[in-house]
Design a protein. Structure first.
Lengths: 118, 118, 118, 118
């Protein structure tokens, strides 16, 4: 069957998450550069179609620990340093999604799917 | 509302497309290296959860033209050199997706969403 | 032969350029998001060892044209939208490098190699 | 001062290393997909100017351990899973470079710089 509008909206939401993650994973990041990276991630992905808003926060504590444990000045961006939430608006369907740590791993998920009549 | 299984399946399908595109966009590619890149893209993304199969073909003609027009030996991978199809299997829901050129732009889309009872 | 300090300094400079380019190529970019991307690129690469400073400017005119010609709202970051200059400081050797358009292509090059005695 | 040919050769070598690393870091990788990824990395970077040859090996043991420790089926490519060597040939100067683990971190380095008269 052809996808419904809510299904297509969820597909669009997934595209944005995969894009955000794999465009920026591996970027050199430190406490000092975390904010500019988070802003760039938000504004880059908000360019994509149907993407209403993106919020990225770099998790300061795990980032500091990873750098300290490595005896380094910076590390590479990966999912466990990120909290992300995103709102997709596709043909009147609003999809709320987020990425956060669950059982030690970053999990991307759909939090809610809403249609005008709801 | 919480996502249904077909909606979550479409979200998973989108993640794979965004990942594939933004992990590999920008890779130096030529007619000689196109096949190894296509195989690596397929096998890399098939590692991701719920991803049943990925097929990537590099479009030989547009690739050759872009390289020739640039007077170069290679170019950077971008969507107009790719045909991609993917099957996602999530909790019994099968999602077929593809990326191909439409009106001069690469379009990622859900081709079908199937559930066991259908 | 083992590399001299100026040769190792040039190697380090090259690493930073390759990193900057291939980490961020393919990022969705528009006139509105160009500045945050440029800042993030600068601060990310400045984390790397021996990297004294990085300056990134997104070239507004080619970016606007590419987006307009495509009838789109954004495009993907590539070398022809970028002016980059970088200073590397490695064991007392200062290397100045830049990337800019030459004959229609982005060219990365070493502008000067300086040692304390010079 | 303008760079000498050996210095420019080392700059070119660095570009290839930064490109290889940041293009492919973050790619989903498992023991089964490691070989196709290694081949694609080699052939992609060999497209770049002055790049004579690239050899990439995915280190099987650290990869298996990382996946096992995570209770996962795959992980993301990062430097500690890679052994890389590369030969650059620039205006008669041959540069041999490699990346391997040193003190627990992946170190990119110039192994030798050779000129015709040497």
């Amino acid at each position: 069957m052809e996808p419904t509008a809510p299904q297509a909206a969820c597909f669009e939401a997934g595209i944005k998450f995969g894009s955000l993650y794999h465009q920026f994973a591996g970027t050199p990041v430190s406490p000092d550069s975390a904010d500019s990276l988070a802003r760039a991630m938000e504004e880059a992905i908000e360019n994509q179609p149907y993407c209403e808003s993106v919020t990225v926060a770099v998790r300061a504590e795990p980032l500091r620990e990873a750098i300290e444990n490595a005896g380094a000045d910076y590390t590479e961006l990966t999912g466990r340093f990120l909290d992300v939430s995103m709102t997709i608006d596709y043909e009147g369907v609003t999809v709320e999604t987020s990425m956060a740590m669950e059982d030690g791993y970053p999990l991307m998920q759909v939090d809610s799917v809403g249609t005008p009549s709801q």
